[in-house]
Ligand binder design. Structure first.
Ligand code: NAP
Ligand code: FE
Length: 365
């Protein structure tokens, strides 16, 4: 197992106390806060963070322009703001979209990247300190080296991974997820579940990760329904936040694989939220890999105190079985894109074009 260069703090008081205040003070005199339209405020993060920055006499500017599935243009606007303000460090607050954007903005500014260089990891040699504060329990981006961006010109969603994109500190507080709607709670939890499963569906899988993956799966299976019924029930949020973080640690080792590569076009073409896009094919993906690595999948499910049948029955409880108006022409255009994706290359079983076509047709309206 590799060592992740992120200090992870997980607590209901993660932005309180003199130790945290000193740690943040040590990062510099001023920061750019990168977030979405409202989640940094609705979640309560700003209520905790801004007084801390004020006490430290640290200046800040808030860049609230990050939308779901951040586009390259918003990264460039953030980069300009960061350079103009001469800020010393970056704080990303939100779901995966603002957290990924904060990584990309930080790297774009530190390395003066142009819009066509945002995926060019070889150009990334410098960085600024980065703090990430998640408000969803899905991506685990606060502990990963990935940033997933969407190129609106080509309609392509893809990620890059750089050691320099790891946060210095991940500040996780389950309370920040209490304001999530049931729909976003479900979708983001399914994303975390995908990350955990893809830790097995990868040529980079490592048996040393399996007990952690099993713990994450079990936390989600035991708490998701409860969380949807009682969104304000903190222990369920805590369990899901932990599972999301464990999913992030998992993919920091193994990367995401085919399930994410299949999901991306559903988000860019039909606006299907990222987690749900992974969930549509969750059962088919497990079926697909069983012939190749069934022993290992069964082993992890057993460690999670479940079985394949029980897992499938559990999945049925959630509205993941959606249909989209995908045409045969679009399916044909997407097959080479999915088969050529970085995440597909590390899949322990690669679908043939015929298998992928059949899979995609199962969701046709
Ligand atoms: P998101 O796109 O960041 O946010 C989805 C929605 O949830 C937004 O409307 C957001 O509002 C809202 N929201 C977030 N936190 C909230 C809260 N506490 N209360 C109320 N509303 C809240 O969602 P996400 O699923 O976490 O992130 C998805 C992105 O992450 C995708 O682009 C995906 O590809 C990427 N991803 C990255 C990794 C990685 O390792 N880096 C892994 C998997 C996925 P605002 O608009 O106000 O923020
Ligand atoms: Fe994901």
């Amino acid at each position: 197992m590799r060592e992740l260069p992120v200090s992870i703090y997980f607590s209901e008081r993660v932005l309180e106390g003199s130790v945290r205040q000193r740690q943040i003070n040590a990062l510099g005199k001023s920061c750019l806060i990168v977030c979405g339209a409202s989640s940094a405020y609705k979640s309560g993060v700003m209520d905790d963070l801004l007084p801390l920055l004020k006490k430290n006499k640290q200046k800040y500017q808030v860049f609230i322009e990050i939308r779901e599935n951040p586009d390259l243009e918003s990264i460039m606007r953030g980069k300009e703001l960061l350079l103009e303000g001469g800020f010393d460090f970056v704080i990303g607050i939100g779901g995966g979209s603002p957290l990924d954007a904060a990584k990309a903005i930080m790297l774009a500014a530190a390395n003066d990247l142009g819009i066509d260089e945002l995926y060019n990891v070889e150009r990334m040699t410098k960085r600024l300190p980065l703090v990430l504060i998640p408000t969803t329990h899905g991506t685990g981006s606060e502990v990963t080296q990935y940033s997933v961006l969407t190129d609106t010109a080509t309609g392509r969603k893809a990620g890059f991974g750089s050691e320099l994109a790891f946060a210095d500190m991940a500040l996780i507080n389950p309370r920040y997820a209490l304001s999530l709607s049931p729909r976003i709670s479900l979708n983001t939890s399914i994303d975390a579940l995908s990350h955990l499963l893809e830790g097995i569906y990868s040529t980079q899988r490592d048996k040393e990760l399996y007990s952690m993956i099993a713990e994450g799966i079990s936390l989600i299976m035991q708490n998701l329904e409860l969380c949807l019924k009682e969104p304000q029930y903190l222990p369920a949020r805590e369990a899901l936040m932990r599972a999301s973080m464990l999913g992030g640690v998992t993919i920091a080792h193994t990367s995401t694989t085919l399930q994410h590569a299949i999901g991306y076009p559903f988000t860019t073409l039909y606006d299907i939220p990222h987690g749900l896009a992974n969930g549509i094919f969750m059962r088919q993906m497990m079926d697909f890999y069983y012939s190749e690595i069934g022993d290992e999948i069964a082993q992890v499910l057993e460690m999670a105190a479940t079985t394949r049948e029980a897992f499938y029955a559990w999945l049925e409880k959630f509205p993941l079985d959606i249909k989209v108006p995908i045409t045969d022409e679009i399916i044909e255009a997407k097959i080479p894109e999915i088969l050529g994706a970085r995440n597909t290359v590390i899949s322990p079983r690669k679908p043939t074009p015929e298998e992928l076509r059949a899979l995609l047709k199962t969701v046709q309206k």
